[in-house]
Ligand binder design. Structure first.
Ligand code: PGA
Length: 253
């Protein structure tokens, strides 16, 4: 069976529309030479039109950094699947640790977002991960399970083929500290096993995120249970994200 690897850029609250379009245009030109790696970009919502225009017919998928579960309504500050689809977006990141930690999005709210989007056949990258004190006190697997549970519970009712999970240890995000290969292997295997047992279904691809850089990406992708990476800081620079994508291309088959 082939191995599809996803290189996903999360630009967070960085870059203006002109800067986003310029970087996206460079990535679009470069991506035309790729055969196997999947390149996805999540710019700031307001920059999505500029980025979809710059990446037209390049094969790059564009998505948002969050999404609401409902189709429309009185939800100030939120974005619906329909609005995103209309702009040629095809996925949303949900439950990023910055949403959970800084904007107090709970496991339940996060699952609700993911369920709403998946039910509208939108792709979702569902983020999970423990913080440092949880890892130190040996709670990592329990935390991951608690984050997955409300989504697993609901997922029996609908098709989850548009779901990807991102394992992002909170202590590794934007810190330059990467989880060790052993830690990545253990967490990914645990997520896959848990999903398989609880959902009684094929597990979704599981990406790794947290200080992914050109010089550590090949080691991370050498783990069989890793289906790609979610990249913050290093995706904001053309040369470094290009090198990261190339590692995905080389190891896809
Ligand atoms: P980082 O961010 O690559 O800057 O650590 C990853 C993420 O938050 O998805």
């Amino acid at each position: 069976m082939g191995r599809t690897l996803y290189a996903v850029a999360n630009w967070k609250m960085n870059l203006r529309a002109d800067q986003s379009a310029e970087l996206a245009g460079q990535l679009a030109d470069f991506s035309k030479s790729l055969n196997k790696a999947q390149v996805w970009i999540a710019p700031a919502a307001v920059n999505i039109p500029a980025v979809t225009y710059a990446t037209e017919s390049s094969g790059i998928k564009i998505g948002s950094q969050n999404v609401h579960w409902d189709k429309n309504g009185a939800y100030t500050g939120e974005i619906s699947v329909e609005m995103l689809r209309h702009l040629n977006c095809s996925f949303a990141i949900v439950g990023h640790s910055e949403r959970r930690r800084l904007f107090l999005e709970s496991n339940e709210l996060t699952a609700k977002r993911a369920v709403g989007a998946l039910q509208q056949t939108f792709k979702v990258i569902f983020c999970v991960g423990e913080n440092l004190s949880q890892r130190k006190s040996g709670e990592t697997l329990a935390v991951l399970q608690a984050q997955l549970d409300p989504l697993l519970e609901a997922s029996r009712e609908f098709d989850t083929s548009g779901l990807l999970i991102a394992y992002e240890p909170v202590w590794a995000i934007g810190t330059g500290k990467v989880a060790s290969i052993g830690e990545i292997e253990e967490a990914h295997a645990a997520i896959i096993d848990y999903w398989q047992n609880k959902a009684n279904a094929l597990p979704p691809p599981v990406l790794y995120g947290g200080s992914v850089k050109p010089d550590n990406v090949a080691d991370i992708l050498s783990v069989a249970e890793v289906s790609g990476t979610l990249v913050g800081g290093a995706s904001l620079n053309f040369d470094s994200f290009k090198d990261i994508i190339l590692a995905h291309e080389k190891l896809s088959c």
